[in-house]
Every structure is written in structure tokens, then in C-alpha cells.
Design a protein around this ligand. Sequence first.
Ligand code: GRG
Length: 292
Amino acid sequence: MSFQQALGATAAEIDALLDRLLPPDAFPAPRVTAAMRYAALGQGKRLRPLLVAESAALFAVPRERALRAGAALECVHCYSLVHDDLPAMDDDDLRRGKPTTHKAFDEATAILAGDALLTYAFDILSGAETHPDATVRLKLVSSLAKAAGVAGMVGGQALDIEAETRTGAGLSDIVLIQSLKTGALFRHACEAGAILGGADPAPLLRYAEKIGLAFQIADDILDVESTPDALGKATQKDKGMGKATFVDLLGMAEAKARAAALVDEATASLAVYGDRAAVLNEAARFIVERRK
Ligand code: GRG
């Protein structure tokens, strides 16, 4: 199966699963449920669930278990986008080609929908359908909690906000910020596959570290070179907010060269899996070649 087919198939499965996990009438607060569905369903690339599914496939994990872990991770990712778009953070009007959640609903509903997506992720992971062994489920919960929290994505977001108001952020600062803010969820995605398969996560974690950084360099390049129509979100945001980016620090040509080198390093990390890692290798290339 080609990478595009694998990504399309995973996106369709994740959409169907999230639709089932978030029925419009199942919870007592219909407006927040509607905002959760608005933020979580449709349009996302579902790259992180693809990484969970392909990492798990290396160890012959049943696909429905990997999809549940992928859906939980996607809930955390969607929460981060909803909160990141709020006026107190990036103050964005457009996300995935449609109005941001606080624009379509209101700020309080968007905050609550983000909170509810975050906590629902752990509800999904702790369900027996995710894995029959409670120890495995606990490892998944712990891994996602660390990746999403103050030692991971939230910590990176806090450092990123601090860096906007101080001068002199260097390359090592940006690498640390992005490794936490964006990289932590990529590392969890790949580790989750190994946890579900009862396998050593080390090669997958090395791969995830490289693609997480490559993803952020590509994001900085797209912020300069792409358009809101193509990306489905505002562009040229980083300069406006005084954010130091890989493109500022390295220049465009070197940023592209670094991203390409990281793809080579990522695929080298998976050599131990041979051809079974073909889709993950293509995912690394997609991350730097994508147009959105
Ligand atoms: C608010 C706690 C909190 C954290 C926010 C990750 C993050 C931290 C904010 C997202 C803002 C952003 C645009 C970061 C750049 C990298 C990124 C996560 C891009 C969006 O991910 P894609 O391209 O999006 O996978 P889709 O829409 O395809 O899911």
C-alpha cells in the first residue's frame, strides 16, 4: 500500500471511530459535545494516528487496538489546536480550512471542548477494548500523560510563549521548545505502537525525535512559503508574533537541508525493521514534502 493510501485509509478509520466515540446525543452537555465533534471530526491529516498504526503494525498488533490509541492521541492533538487558537494564545480565526472552534461557538465552549477532548483521551485509552491487559493500558495512559503535560507539549507551549517576549532565543532553545511542543506527541505516537506490541520502543523513539523536528522545520517553511488557502490556516504568523523560527535562525536553504538530513536519519533509525517500515519511511518524507 502506498503512503497516500495508508494515510487516507487511516484518516477514514479514525474519523469513523471518533464519530462513534463522540455521539452527538450521548452526553449531558450538547453544545460542548457539538464543539468537540466540530474540533475533532474531518479535515485533519491524522498523521499521528497513522504513526501509531504503523508502529503497532511492526509488532502485529490488532488494528482496532492501534486505532483506539490513535483516536485518543488525535483527541489530545485536537484539544491543543483548539486551545492554541484562542485569543489568549495564537488568536487564530481559521483552522483546517474552517472557523476556529471559539469563532464557530464561543470562547468558554471552546475551552471546555478542549478540556473535554483531553480528558476523553484517557477515558478511551483506559477502556478494555484498547488492550485486554490493564498494565498495557496503564503504560499507554502514562506515556500520553507525560507527552501532553508539563514535561511535554504544555511545557513546550509555555517556553514558546516566554520566548516571544525575550530576545536572543538561539537554535538550541528552539530545538528544545519544538521537541516538547510538537515532538512529544510524535514520540508518544511511535512509543504507543511499541507498548501495544510489548516491544522495545528505542528505534521508534529515535525515528520520532527526528521526524518531530523535521515536521516543525517544515511547518516554519510552510508559514513563509504557503498561503492560507493552501494551508487552511493563517500564514506569516510567526514573524507577526515575534517568534524565532528555524527559517530565521538557519536561513531558508539551510532549513530545507536540515529537514532533508533529518529524514535520512529518521529512516536509518528504522533499518532494523527492514521493509516492514516502508510506510513509516515514506511518512518521514511526506512530513517535509507536504504542502499543508
Ligand atoms: C495549547 C497546550 C497547548 C498546546 C499547543 C502543538 C501546539 C501546542 C499548538 C499547535 C499550534 C501549531 C500550529 C503548531 C505547529 C505544529 C502543529 C502541531 C501543526 C498542526 O499539526 P498537523 O499539521 O495538523 O498535523 P492537522 O490539522 O493535519 O491535524
